[in-house]
Ligand binder design. Structure first.
Ligand code: IPE
Ligand code: IPE
Ligand code: MG
Length: 246
């Protein structure tokens, strides 16, 4: 296939090329059913496949999902350990399917605090899908927008200190090159499920001009149909990027 036939950068008219989702509400979904929070996380993980597979139908080339934040370590040890086990299982179980479906998977976030077995699986999944380009799935795991900017700044400062970068040349184009998302376009649409209207430290720099949708549905109940409706309503919005429409 030629680059022109399937350009990564093509935008389908009226569709968000990059959608980012804050998958919230697993705990409440489980509590409503009288079950432990981890039951909700398992149900939430099961929703991911359907949404990833729906992307091409709605013109979405990049999907970024918030799986675990740098603040989520504050939860009980049982919940954190359960989530880490779930991430390991998810990767092992989905690896083949994602590879065969043409999904390229990337992880963003700080891997340092994650356990070795999980890091190994994350690397394996990235490598196994590195040649795919049908859909780009980015999983934010131990991710925080402020933490990302702090880590980026540290590396940028290192480059200045070692003479690779002139401070006079640091501008809006320079910093994003140091972010975890350096290969991704900025999100066009950010969806948060569960009724909370906040961004909880997700893609702070990258979402400066994203459109937002805060919906009441709890993540385990989120469907392909609802995803499609949000993508369609994005097409009706007028993005001005600070300018006045001519
Ligand atoms: C989102 O669901 C998943 C993670 C943060 C890991 P929550 O666990 O935050 O669910 P609620 O918000 O408590 O319902
Ligand atoms: C955001 O949800 C993080 C993820 C979805 C992984 P939280 O449930 O952690 O956010 P707060 O605590 O409601 O802000
Ligand atoms: Mg929550």
């Amino acid at each position: 296939m030629t680059a022109a036939a399937d350009p990564q950068d093509a935008t389908v008219e009226g569709c968000p090329r990059h959608v980012a989702i804050i998958m919230d509400g697993n705990g409440r979904w489980a509590t409503q059913r009288g079950r432990p929070r981890l039951f909700g996380h398992h149900a939430g993980a099961k929703r991911v496949r359907e949404i990833v597979e729906a992307c091409p139908d709605f013109g979405v080339k990049y999907l970024t999902i918030f799986a675990f934040s740098t603040e989520n370590w504050k939860r009980t040890q049982v919940e954190v350990a359960g989530l880490m086990t779930l991430f390991r299982r998810y990767i092992s179980k989905e690896m083949r399917h994602l590879r065969e479906r043409g999904v390229r998977v990337r992880f963003i976030g700080d891997r340092v605090r994650l356990d070795d077995k999980l890091i190994k699986l994350m690397n394996e999944l990235e490598e196994a899908t590195a040649h795919n380009d049908h859909v780009n799935l980015t999983i934010a795991l131990n991710y925080g927008g402020r933490d990302e900017v702090a880590r980026a700044t540290q590396r940028l400062a290192q480059d200045v200190a070692e003479g690779r970068l002139n401070p006079d040349n640091v501008d809006e184009e320079t910093l994003p090159k140091y972010l975890d998302t350096y290969v991704l376009p900025d999100p066009d649409l950010v969806i948060r499920t569960s009724g909370e209207a906040r961004i909880s430290n997700f893609l702070l720099w990258q979402s400066a001009y994203a459109e937002y949708e805060f919906i009441d549905t709890l993540w385990p109940d989120f469907t392909r149909a609802e995803f499609g409706a949000l993508c369609a309503s994005y097409g009706g919005r007028e993005r001005r990027f600070g300018a006045v429409k001519a």
